[in-house]
Design a protein around this ligand. Structure first.
Ligand code: G4P
Length: 191
């Protein structure tokens, strides 16, 4: 998606060879026009998959997930990050997730109320790095008995192994910008 790549090139800030800061349009301030394009792009790619709901992980996945769900005319569900387990297996499903980028752990939590066996879910997230967040969302959806139709990622860091892990689950992953290298000289894309 050229518009996104241009935005990353012009507004992205290289923190180090692993991390790109995109606070001005995705992680802190949100470019609503860009989100609208992103939502339409994901909706177009997954339009024949009979998606019933979009699922995302708080907080930076919310803006692209909203735009995608709106374009697909379906609701979206936010999986929350809790610092500790809620011992309520009647109403919630939880799974631990480790973030290698931030070196933190959290318990990804979803309400059972909004997930059914009839659901065909599209997972949307802002970044794909090591794939831990998406794998956690996948585990929750499988436990709920829902189907996973695919994963839409705004920025994939293709030099990390998240895609490989998700592909091994047989998932269709559509990333709008695939970064092959981050360096002080700039950002390189895969295609
Ligand atoms: P993974 O889920 O693919 O394994 O990713 P990882 O744990 O390594 O990264 C976790 C957090 O770090 C996520 O944010 C993710 O968006 C963010 N992240 C990873 N790489 C980058 C990067 O290069 N740039 C930026 N800006 N963020 C990156 P989070 O903790 O879920 O935060 P938020 O959604 O609340 O903003």
């Amino acid at each position: 998606m050229n518009l996104l790549k241009e935005k990353i090139k012009s507004d992205g800030i290289v923190i180090n060879e692993h991390v790109l800061k995109v606070d001005s349009f995705l992680n802190h301030q949100v470019d609503t026009k860009l989100m609208d394009f992103i939502g339409k792009e994901f909706a177009n790619y997954f339009k024949d998959k009979q998606i019933t709901k979009v699922v995302t992980i708080e907080s930076s996945g919310i803006a692209p997930a909203y735009a995608t769900a709106f374009a697909l005319n379906v609701p979206f569900v936010i999986f929350k990050k809790q610092s500790s387990a809620i011992l309520d297996t009647e109403t919630t499903i939880q799974t631990p997730v480790h973030s290698f980028t931030k070196n933190t752990d959290y318990i990804l939590t979803a309400s059972k109320k909004y997930l059914t066996e009839a659901d065909n879910i599209l997972i949307i997230d802002d970044f794909l790095a090591n794939g831990q967040a998406a794998m956690g969302a996948y585990r929750i959806l499988k436990e709920a008995g829902a189907s996973v139709a695919g994963i839409g990622i705004v920025i994939e860091k293709s030099f990390q192994d998240g895609r490989k892990k998700l592909e091994s689950l047989g998932l269709d992953i559509y990333s709008l910008a695939k970064i092959s290298k981050i360096s002080s000289e700039g950002i390189e894309f895969l295609d």
